[in-house]
Design a protein. Structure first.
Length: 117
């Protein structure tokens, strides 16, 4: 999956050569020093984390003071009327927001005076 994401980023020019590091690891034990990132994003991953408390502590640990934590997840809505509205939002709005977020994060990383430390 990581290879597919990397290939897609290269093909859409969202990954300037040499600016991003593609790393596979556990959200519960991130292989980065404290206060390494201005932004931390996770999409559809919270539900797959075994120990949510550890993953959230790690996200907090690697963020600089004032850094942004961005989480994109889906939920199941039991009410049929609310479900229709939620599904429309989930499948029409959230994907666009996700694309915008990826582009903004790449821009933030590339324009940050610190970059990835």
């Amino acid at each position: 999956m990581l290879e597919q994401g990397e290939a897609r980023a290269h093909s859409t020019r969202n990954d300037p050569p040499g600016r991003l590091a593609w790393v596979q690891g556990s959200a519960e034990e991130l292989p980065f020093p404290d206060e390494s990132f201005d932004a931390y994003t996770i999409s559809f991953g919270i539900r797959n984390v075994t120990h949510l408390d550890k993953a959230l502590k790690e996200a907090h640990r690697v963020l600089v003071r004032g850094g942004r934590f961005m989480c994109l997840e889906f939920s199941r809505v039991p009410n049929p009327l609310l479900r229709a509205a939620y599904d429309a939002y989930s499948f029409q709005v959230i994907p666009v927001l996700g694309e915008v977020r990826v582009v903004l994060c790449c821009v933030m990383l590339c324009c940050s005076p610190r970059g990835w430390r």
